[in-house]
Design a protein around this ligand. Structure first.
Ligand SMILES: C[S@@+](CC[C@H](N)C(=O)[O-])C[C@H]1O[C@@H](n2cnc3c(N)ncnc32)[C@H](O)[C@@H]1O
Length: 235
Protein backbone atom coordinates (compact mmCIF):
# COMPACT_ATOMS: atom_id res chain seq x y z
CA UNK A 1 0.00 0.00 0.00
CA UNK A 2 1.30 3.47 -0.89
CA UNK A 3 2.10 6.04 1.79
CA UNK A 4 -0.79 8.22 0.56
CA UNK A 5 -3.26 5.35 0.82
CA UNK A 6 -1.96 4.49 4.31
CA UNK A 7 -2.35 8.10 5.49
CA UNK A 8 -5.83 8.25 3.97
CA UNK A 9 -6.82 5.16 5.93
CA UNK A 10 -5.44 6.73 9.13
CA UNK A 11 -7.56 9.86 8.52
CA UNK A 12 -10.69 7.80 7.76
CA UNK A 13 -10.28 5.57 10.82
CA UNK A 14 -9.54 8.61 13.03
CA UNK A 15 -12.76 10.30 11.95
CA UNK A 16 -14.67 7.17 12.89
CA UNK A 17 -13.00 6.92 16.32
CA UNK A 18 -13.74 10.62 16.92
CA UNK A 19 -17.46 9.82 16.59
CA UNK A 20 -17.39 7.05 19.23
CA UNK A 21 -14.83 8.64 21.59
CA UNK A 22 -17.37 9.81 24.23
CA UNK A 23 -18.70 6.27 24.81
CA UNK A 24 -15.54 4.32 23.85
CA UNK A 25 -14.53 3.30 27.40
CA UNK A 26 -18.05 2.24 28.37
CA UNK A 27 -18.35 0.05 25.24
CA UNK A 28 -14.97 -1.56 25.99
CA UNK A 29 -16.08 -2.48 29.50
CA UNK A 30 -19.39 -3.87 28.19
CA UNK A 31 -17.88 -5.86 25.28
CA UNK A 32 -15.17 -7.40 27.45
CA UNK A 33 -17.47 -7.90 30.48
CA UNK A 34 -15.10 -5.72 32.48
CA UNK A 35 -11.93 -7.62 31.57
CA UNK A 36 -10.19 -5.20 29.22
CA UNK A 37 -8.35 -3.39 32.00
CA UNK A 38 -6.93 -6.72 33.30
CA UNK A 39 -5.57 -7.41 29.81
CA UNK A 40 -3.98 -3.96 29.61
CA UNK A 41 -2.50 -4.49 33.09
CA UNK A 42 -0.86 -7.70 31.82
CA UNK A 43 0.57 -5.75 28.88
CA UNK A 44 2.04 -3.09 31.19
CA UNK A 45 3.61 -5.86 33.32
CA UNK A 46 5.09 -7.65 30.30
CA UNK A 47 6.46 -4.40 28.88
CA UNK A 48 8.47 -4.22 32.12
CA UNK A 49 9.69 -0.61 31.97
CA UNK A 50 12.22 0.39 34.65
CA UNK A 51 10.85 2.50 37.52
CA UNK A 52 12.56 5.62 36.14
CA UNK A 53 12.04 4.70 32.46
CA UNK A 54 10.26 6.15 29.45
CA UNK A 55 7.43 4.17 27.82
CA UNK A 56 5.62 4.71 24.52
CA UNK A 57 1.98 3.69 24.12
CA UNK A 58 1.06 3.57 20.42
CA UNK A 59 -2.61 4.10 19.38
CA UNK A 60 -3.18 5.20 22.96
CA UNK A 61 -6.81 6.24 22.37
CA UNK A 62 -8.41 7.27 25.67
CA UNK A 63 -5.17 6.52 27.50
CA UNK A 64 -6.12 3.54 29.68
CA UNK A 65 -2.86 1.69 29.00
CA UNK A 66 -0.80 4.89 29.23
CA UNK A 67 -2.19 5.42 32.74
CA UNK A 68 -1.34 1.84 33.79
CA UNK A 69 2.20 2.27 32.41
CA UNK A 70 2.55 5.55 34.32
CA UNK A 71 1.91 3.64 37.57
CA UNK A 72 5.05 1.58 36.83
CA UNK A 73 7.50 3.93 35.22
CA UNK A 74 8.85 7.48 35.16
CA UNK A 75 7.23 8.94 32.05
CA UNK A 76 4.85 7.83 29.31
CA UNK A 77 4.20 9.19 25.85
CA UNK A 78 0.90 8.19 24.23
CA UNK A 79 0.48 8.71 20.49
CA UNK A 80 -2.67 8.60 18.39
CA UNK A 81 -3.84 10.37 15.21
CA UNK A 82 -7.27 11.06 16.76
CA UNK A 83 -7.32 14.07 19.12
CA UNK A 84 -10.92 13.37 20.16
CA UNK A 85 -9.89 9.91 21.46
CA UNK A 86 -7.04 11.37 23.52
CA UNK A 87 -9.23 14.11 25.07
CA UNK A 88 -10.87 11.78 27.66
CA UNK A 89 -7.34 10.55 28.54
CA UNK A 90 -6.40 14.05 29.66
CA UNK A 91 -9.50 14.34 31.86
CA UNK A 92 -9.00 10.83 33.29
CA UNK A 93 -5.50 11.76 34.45
CA UNK A 94 -6.82 14.66 36.56
CA UNK A 95 -6.49 13.86 40.24
CA UNK A 96 -4.54 10.61 39.74
CA UNK A 97 -1.21 12.23 40.57
CA UNK A 98 0.08 10.91 37.23
CA UNK A 99 -0.66 14.06 35.22
CA UNK A 100 2.95 15.19 35.05
CA UNK A 101 4.13 11.76 33.84
CA UNK A 102 1.97 11.42 30.71
CA UNK A 103 2.14 13.35 27.46
CA UNK A 104 -0.19 12.79 24.50
CA UNK A 105 1.13 13.43 20.99
CA UNK A 106 -0.89 13.52 17.78
CA UNK A 107 0.87 11.08 15.45
CA UNK A 108 0.59 8.10 13.13
CA UNK A 109 2.23 4.83 14.24
CA UNK A 110 3.56 4.34 10.72
CA UNK A 111 5.68 7.53 10.99
CA UNK A 112 6.67 7.97 14.62
CA UNK A 113 8.11 11.45 15.34
CA UNK A 114 10.83 10.14 17.69
CA UNK A 115 14.53 9.48 17.43
CA UNK A 116 15.90 5.93 17.35
CA UNK A 117 16.22 3.97 20.63
CA UNK A 118 14.37 6.60 22.66
CA UNK A 119 12.02 4.40 24.74
CA UNK A 120 12.50 1.62 27.28
CA UNK A 121 9.41 -0.20 26.00
CA UNK A 122 6.59 0.21 23.48
CA UNK A 123 3.01 -1.01 23.87
CA UNK A 124 0.05 -1.07 21.49
CA UNK A 125 -3.44 -2.20 22.57
CA UNK A 126 -6.24 -2.85 20.06
CA UNK A 127 -4.34 -0.62 17.64
CA UNK A 128 -2.47 -2.47 14.87
CA UNK A 129 -5.67 -3.97 13.43
CA UNK A 130 -6.71 -0.44 12.48
CA UNK A 131 -3.53 0.40 10.59
CA UNK A 132 -3.06 0.16 6.83
CA UNK A 133 0.46 -1.21 7.22
CA UNK A 134 1.09 -3.06 10.51
CA UNK A 135 4.57 -4.15 9.30
CA UNK A 136 5.70 -0.53 8.92
CA UNK A 137 4.17 0.30 12.30
CA UNK A 138 6.10 -2.54 14.00
CA UNK A 139 9.30 -1.44 12.20
CA UNK A 140 8.76 2.01 13.66
CA UNK A 141 8.12 0.57 17.15
CA UNK A 142 11.33 -1.46 16.87
CA UNK A 143 13.27 1.57 15.70
CA UNK A 144 12.29 3.73 18.69
CA UNK A 145 12.75 1.11 21.42
CA UNK A 146 16.15 0.64 23.07
CA UNK A 147 18.13 -2.56 22.41
CA UNK A 148 16.81 -5.18 24.85
CA UNK A 149 13.52 -3.24 25.25
CA UNK A 150 10.18 -4.91 24.59
CA UNK A 151 7.35 -4.25 22.15
CA UNK A 152 4.09 -5.66 23.54
CA UNK A 153 0.92 -5.91 21.48
CA UNK A 154 -2.62 -6.63 22.73
CA UNK A 155 -5.11 -7.43 19.98
CA UNK A 156 -8.44 -9.07 19.25
CA UNK A 157 -8.03 -12.23 17.19
CA UNK A 158 -10.34 -13.60 14.48
CA UNK A 159 -12.46 -16.59 15.49
CA UNK A 160 -10.98 -20.06 15.10
CA UNK A 161 -12.29 -23.49 16.01
CA UNK A 162 -15.72 -24.81 15.28
CA UNK A 163 -18.47 -24.24 17.83
CA UNK A 164 -16.77 -21.52 19.87
CA UNK A 165 -15.52 -19.87 16.66
CA UNK A 166 -19.05 -19.76 15.25
CA UNK A 167 -20.49 -18.34 18.46
CA UNK A 168 -17.71 -15.75 18.64
CA UNK A 169 -18.37 -14.75 15.00
CA UNK A 170 -22.07 -14.28 15.79
CA UNK A 171 -21.14 -12.20 18.82
CA UNK A 172 -18.82 -10.00 16.70
CA UNK A 173 -21.08 -9.55 13.70
CA UNK A 174 -24.49 -9.32 15.42
CA UNK A 175 -24.30 -8.46 19.10
CA UNK A 176 -21.37 -5.99 19.01
CA UNK A 177 -22.89 -3.70 16.29
CA UNK A 178 -26.28 -3.88 18.04
CA UNK A 179 -24.84 -2.98 21.45
CA UNK A 180 -22.44 -0.44 19.91
CA UNK A 181 -25.35 1.19 18.07
CA UNK A 182 -27.40 1.46 21.26
CA UNK A 183 -24.56 2.84 23.37
CA UNK A 184 -22.80 5.13 20.88
CA UNK A 185 -25.44 5.74 18.22
CA UNK A 186 -22.81 4.61 15.68
CA UNK A 187 -23.57 0.98 14.70
CA UNK A 188 -21.35 1.27 11.58
CA UNK A 189 -18.30 1.92 13.80
CA UNK A 190 -18.95 -1.39 15.52
CA UNK A 191 -19.55 -3.14 12.20
CA UNK A 192 -16.13 -1.79 11.26
CA UNK A 193 -14.81 -3.36 14.48
CA UNK A 194 -16.10 -6.83 13.56
CA UNK A 195 -14.90 -6.50 9.94
CA UNK A 196 -11.45 -5.41 11.09
CA UNK A 197 -11.19 -8.38 13.48
CA UNK A 198 -12.44 -10.91 10.91
CA UNK A 199 -9.96 -9.58 8.33
CA UNK A 200 -6.99 -9.47 10.70
CA UNK A 201 -4.05 -11.81 11.25
CA UNK A 202 -4.20 -14.95 13.39
CA UNK A 203 -1.77 -15.07 16.34
CA UNK A 204 0.95 -16.94 14.43
CA UNK A 205 0.64 -14.51 11.49
CA UNK A 206 0.98 -11.54 13.82
CA UNK A 207 4.13 -13.16 15.30
CA UNK A 208 5.52 -13.45 11.81
CA UNK A 209 4.81 -9.73 11.06
CA UNK A 210 6.64 -8.76 14.26
CA UNK A 211 9.59 -10.99 13.33
CA UNK A 212 9.69 -9.47 9.84
CA UNK A 213 9.85 -6.07 11.51
CA UNK A 214 13.09 -7.23 13.15
CA UNK A 215 11.82 -8.06 16.63
CA UNK A 216 13.49 -10.97 18.39
CA UNK A 217 12.18 -13.80 20.59
CA UNK A 218 8.58 -13.10 19.59
CA UNK A 219 6.11 -15.09 21.67
CA UNK A 220 2.42 -14.83 22.44
CA UNK A 221 -0.31 -16.19 24.67
CA UNK A 222 -4.05 -16.07 24.16
CA UNK A 223 -6.82 -15.17 26.59
CA UNK A 224 -10.59 -15.23 26.67
CA UNK A 225 -10.99 -18.52 24.74
CA UNK A 226 -8.48 -17.46 22.08
CA UNK A 227 -10.23 -14.20 21.19
CA UNK A 228 -7.46 -12.02 22.65
CA UNK A 229 -3.70 -12.34 22.12
CA UNK A 230 -0.74 -10.67 23.78
CA UNK A 231 2.45 -10.73 21.70
CA UNK A 232 5.86 -9.80 23.08
CA UNK A 233 8.97 -9.10 21.00
CA UNK A 234 12.35 -7.75 21.99
CA UNK A 235 14.69 -5.44 20.12
C1 LIG B 1 -9.61 0.45 19.42
S1 LIG B 1 -8.75 1.97 19.80
C2 LIG B 1 -7.57 1.47 21.01
C3 LIG B 1 -7.30 2.52 22.03
C4 LIG B 1 -6.48 2.12 23.23
N1 LIG B 1 -5.17 1.65 22.89
C5 LIG B 1 -7.17 1.09 24.08
O1 LIG B 1 -6.49 0.23 24.62
O2 LIG B 1 -8.39 1.18 24.26
C6 LIG B 1 -7.76 2.13 18.37
C7 LIG B 1 -6.99 3.43 18.32
O3 LIG B 1 -6.06 3.33 17.24
C8 LIG B 1 -5.90 4.62 16.72
N2 LIG B 1 -5.29 4.52 15.40
C9 LIG B 1 -5.87 4.27 14.21
N3 LIG B 1 -4.97 4.30 13.23
C10 LIG B 1 -3.79 4.59 13.80
C11 LIG B 1 -2.47 4.79 13.29
N4 LIG B 1 -2.20 4.68 12.00
N5 LIG B 1 -1.48 5.08 14.16
C12 LIG B 1 -1.75 5.17 15.49
N6 LIG B 1 -2.97 4.99 16.03
C13 LIG B 1 -3.98 4.71 15.18
C14 LIG B 1 -7.33 5.17 16.72
O4 LIG B 1 -7.38 6.57 16.59
C15 LIG B 1 -7.84 4.66 18.07
O5 LIG B 1 -7.67 5.60 19.08
Amino acid sequence: MSRTAALEKTARVSRMFARIAPTYDLMNRLMSVGRDQQWRRQVAGLAAPPADGLALDVATGTGDLALLLAERTGRVVGIDPCAAMMAPGTSKMAGTGLESKIRFVLSDAQELPFQDERFDCVTVAFGVRNMADPLTAFREMRRVVKPGGRVVCLEIMPPSGRLLGRLYKLYLTRLVPLLGGLVSGQPEAYRYLSDSVLGFARPEELSSIMEHAGLLRVSYHTLNFGSIAIHVGTR
